[in-house]
Design a protein around this ligand. Structure first.
Ligand code: AMP
Ligand code: ZN
Ligand code: FE
Ligand code: FE
Length: 296
């Protein structure tokens, strides 16, 4: 942040983007490239929130120092509820917390098995793909996901963008869809809190095959320590934003906004939605302090 005028004049409000992916999950840029892209896009505060892993944190921290970006270290945990996948952002949790890290390992292991089964179903139906081709798209130690199947289909010339694969074969309602182990969302909230972190539901009203989350579940998550809702997100239209805002208001939850940037893997642009500085302060204050916000 730089002063915009004489002493006492208004300072520019920082641009805060609290949800972005790197190549340690299904983003297309390395943590270093992600932070550089954030700096170039004018982001002052970035959260790295890869799916079910903290493995990108150290590299992102080094890049954040180089580029003068403030870094919030986070994760995005896939949770299973009824037939929906609910995503929980966890900010500033302790990366040495055994119960949380064990749960992430369990999820990542199950994700590998599940991708192999999806590829087998697709190949049996004549879609030209081998599991080895998919593995070639997953960076070392990265969390495997459906986008890596899409990347293998791009690499072998079947399609040109991940979107096409999700429309034709990879969607939640596809006959090739296979689920993976994922914790109940209330359990995930408890794990993040117990690890000193701050849980926020990502894109709560994204449309899924079973209609997604309901208010009663959010109330139960709130009782377990949920701190906020990601209200401002590309997957929400005006109706979802209104519904999420009203729910956050009623339950006393923080309201965040973010890009959910995936590099070239998704059309989302950095800082297309942002979070207010006061909300970031509240997130920081609610954390145990063992994982700090890294300021350059
Ligand atoms: P998975 O984690 O394996 O269940 O895959 C879900 C991930 O796929 C989510 O993180 C999304 O970011 C990504 N995804 C979903 N739909 C699309 C799409 N149409 N294009 C690109 N990525 C997508
Ligand atoms: Zn993703
Ligand atoms: Fe998500
Ligand atoms: Fe995400």
């Amino acid at each position: 942040m730089t002063p915009t005028g004489a002493a006492g004049a208004a300072r520019a409000r920082p641009v805060i983007d609290l949800h972005a992916h790197s190549s340690v999950s299904d983003g297309t840029e390395t943590p270093t490239e992600l932070v550089a892209a954030a700096a170039a896009a004018g982001v002052d505060v970035l959260a790295i929130t890869d799916h079910d892993t903290v493995v990108g944190w150290d590299e992102a921290a080094a890049a954040a120092r180089t580029h003068g970006v403030t870094l919030v270290r986070g994760i995005e945990i896939s949770c299973a509820w009824r037939h929906s996948s609910i995503h929980l952002l966890g900010y500033l949790a302790d990366a040495d917390d055994r119960p949380l890290m064990d749960e992430l390992v369990r999820a990542r292991d199950s994700r590998s098995t599940r991708l192999e089964r999806m590829v087998a179903l697709m190949a049996a139906d004549g879609i030209p793909l081998g599991y080895d081709e998919v593995l070639a798209q997953v960076a070392p130690d990265a969390t495997p996901g459906r986008p890596h199947i899409a990347d293998a289909l791009i690499a072998n010339g079947t399609i040109r963008h991940r979107d096409e694969a999700f429309r034709s074969w990879l969607g939640d309602d596809s006959p090739y869809y296979v689920g993976h182990y994922a914790p109940h969302p209330v359990r995930a909230v408890e794990l993040v809190r117990a690890a000193g972190g701050v849980p926020v539901i990502a894109h709560p009203f994204t449309r899924t095959r079973s209609g997604g989350i309901d208010d009663a579940l959010v109330e139960r998550m709130r009782e377990a320590g949920l701190a906020g809702l990601e209200v401002h997100h590309r997957d929400h239209g005006p109706e979802e934003v209104a519904r999420a805002t009203a729910l956050a208001d009623r339950l006393g939850l923080l309201v965040t906004g973010s890009s959910d940037y995936h590099g070239e893997g998704k059309r989302n642009r950095l800082a297309e939605n942002t979070t207010a500085p006061e909300v970031l302060d509240a997130i920081e204050a609610a954390s145990s302090g063992s994982t700090e916000v890294l300021r350059p």
